[in-house]
Design a protein around this ligand. Structure first.
Ligand SMILES: [Zn+2]
Length: 438
C-alpha cells in the first residue's frame, strides 16, 4: 500500500536523524537505558501506552547480564546522556526494552512485530570512507558500536508506530510492537517471552537488515526476503575452572593448574567429532586466567558457544563440550563449573504466512523485488519468540531487508544504507494493515 496521509520524505528524514542519534550513543545488551528512554518518548508523543521496566521481564530468564560494575557505569552514563533520566531510573538493574500496543478501530487479529535495539562489543572505524565517522555521528562509547544495524531496526520500529497511528481507522485488530533488548549473545528474547506476552499473537513478523544474503546476492534497498531458513540453534556458556594456587618454584606439586586444564579443554573441544546429520560449530572466543607469573593459576575462564543446524545437533555439541571440560578438569585435579549465558533454537517460518507476506509485499510502495525465501546464515534469538508464537497456534516469519553492504556485520566499518529505514517501516506497517485481508 501507499501511505499518502503521511509526508514520507519528512518521516524518513526524521527516522534517519533518530538512527544517527542511536548510532552515536550505542548501548550493549541489558544496558540500553538511553535507547529505551528515547523510544518511550517517541511512542508517548504518539499517545501510545508503553510498558517497560521490571513488568516486561522475568529476572531468572534475563541471560548473560553484564557484571555489576559495568552495569552501573552504563547506567550512570545513560543518566548523563539522556533527557529522560526519570524513565531510566525505572530500568535500573538492566530492565531495558519496551512494548507498545496499537489498537486498530476494526475487528481483527493480534499482530506481533519485534525489533532489536542493542549494539555490539566492537570498536567503530575512524576511517574517512566510513560514513558515520565522516558525518560526525560515529560511536561516542569506547568498544560499543551499532555494527549489526539494530539502530536502523529501532528507527524502523518507531516509523512503523507512526505509520500505524495515522491509519488506525483502517487497522484490523491490534499490533503488539516490541523493542527487544539484548539480541547479541541471544540473551534478551527469553525474558520477554516468559511473560507470556507473545501467546496472543495470531501473526508475528521480524526483520533484519543486510546479512550474508545481501552480500552474496548483491541485494539493494527495495529487495525483500519474505522468509528465512538456516537459523543455527546455538548455546552460549562460560566455563570456570577452579584449581589450587601454589608457589611455582618452591611447591608446584602442591598446586592444581587451572590454565593447564582450560588449555587441554580448548584443544579437545575443537576436536569434537562432527555430527553426520548436518552442520555444527564450536568456538572458544575468550580465555582469561591466572594471577601472577610465579603462581600456579587457580582460576581460568572460557567463553564458549556451540551451534547446530538442528536443536539436536547443537545439543550434541554442547554435551560433548561439557564432557571435555569435565575430563580436562579431572586430568589436572581441578573442578569446572559451567554458566549458561544464552541460547536460541532453530525455527521454520509458516508457509501460509509467507504466502500472505509475499502478497502484501507485492503491493507495498518501495518494494522492488521479492525473494520468497533466503538463508539467514546465523543465530537470532527472534527464534525464541517465533517458537513461542507457534506453540500457541500463531504463524511467524522473519524477513531480510536487503541493502548493499560496505563491510560484514560486526565489523568496525559496517554501515547501514539509510534508505532501508523508511522501507522497513512501510513493510511492517503494510503487513499489519493488510495481512488479514489477503
Ligand atoms: Zn543483528
Amino acid at each position: 500500500m501507499t501511505f499518502d496521509r503521511i509526508d514520507m520524505n519528512a518521516l524518513e528524514a526524521d527516522l534517519i536523524r533518530i538512527r544517527r542519534d542511536l548510532h552515536r550513543h550505542p548501548e550493549t545488551a541489558w544496558t540500553e537505558f538511553r535507547t529505551t528512554a528515547l523510544i518511550i518518548s517517541e511512542l508517548e508523543k504518539l499517545g501510545l501506552p508503553v510498558e517497560f521496566g521490571p513488568a516486561i521481564h522475568v529476572p531468572e530468564k534475563m541471560y548473560g547480564m553484564p557484571k555489576e560494575a559495568e552495569m552501573q557505569a552504563c547506567y550512570e552514563r545513560a543518566l548523563q546522556e539522556s533527557d529522560r533520566p526519570d524513565l531510566i531510573e525505572k530500568m535500573k538493574g538492566g530492565f531495558t526494552g519496551c512494548i507498545t500496543e496499537i489498537q486498530g478501530e476494526l475487528p481483527g487479529p493480534t499482530v506481533g512485530i519485534r525489533v532489536d535495539i542493542d549494539c555490539n562489543d566492537c570498536d567503530e572505524s575512524a576511517a574517512e570512507n566510513h560514513k558515520p565517522a565522516a558525518g560526525g555521528y560515529a560511536s561516542l562509547h569506547a568498544h560499543c558500536m551499532h555494527a549489526c544495524g539494530h539502530d536502523a531496526h529501532t528507527a524502523i520500529g518507531i516509523g512503523t508506530a507512526r505509520l500505524l497511528c495515522a491509519y488506525r481507522d483502517r487497522l484490523p485488530g491490534k499490533v503488539v510492537l516490541v523493542f527487544q533488548p539484548g539480541e547479541e549473545g541471544l540473551r534478551g528474547a527469553a525474558s520477554l517471552t516468559a511473560t507470556g506476552r507473545f501467546a496472543e499473537c495470531d501473526y508475528f513478523f521480524g526483520a533484519h537488515v543486510g546479512l550474508g544474503i545481501s552480500q552474496k546476492e548483491k541485494l539493494q534497498v527495495g529487495d525483500v526476503v519474505a522468509s528465512t531458513y538456516g537459523f543455527l540453534s546455538s548455546t552460549k556458556f562460560d566455563a570456570v575452572f577452579h584449581g589450587k594456587a601454589a608457589h611455582a618454584g618452591a611447591s608446584p606439586d602442591q598446586g592444581c593448574n587451572a590454565i593447564a586444564a582450560a588449555s587441554a579443554a580448548v584443544i579437545n573441544m575443537l576436536a569434537i567429532a562432527r555430527h553426520h546429520d548436518g552442520a555444527s560449530r564450536i568456538n572458544i572466543g575468550t580465555f582469561r586466567g591466572g594471577t601472577g607469573r610465579n603462581v600456579i593459576p587457580d582460576r581460568a575462564e572460557l567463553g564458549i558457544e556451540t551451534r547446530g543446524v538442528t536443536n539436536e545437533i547443537n545439543e550434541y555439541m554442547e554435551k560433548a563440550a561439557v564432557r571435555v571440560l569435565e575430563g580436562a578438569a579431572a586430568m589436572y585435579g581441578c573442578s569446572v563449573e559451567t554458566r549458561f549465558m544464552g541460547s536460541a533454537g532453530g525455527v521454520v517460518c509458516d508457509e501460509e504466512l509467507v504466502e500472505k507476506t509475499v502478497a502484501v509485499l507485492e503491493k507495498t510502495e518501495g518494494v522492488k523485488r521479492i525473494i520468497r525465501s533466503g538463508d539467514f546464515g546465523g543465530g537470532e534469538d527472534v527464534t525464541t519468540i517465533m517458537r513461542d508464537v507457534q506453540a500457541h497456534g500463531g504463524q511467524v516469519t522473519e524477513m531480510i531487508l536487503g541493502m548493499p553492504l560496505t563491510a560484514p556485520h560486526h565489523n568496525g566499518l559496517f554501515d547501514v544504507d539509510e534508505r532501508v529505514i523508511g522501507l522497513g517501516a512501510r513493510v511492517f506497517a503494510s503487513l499489519a494493515l493488510e495481512v488479514s485481508r489477503i
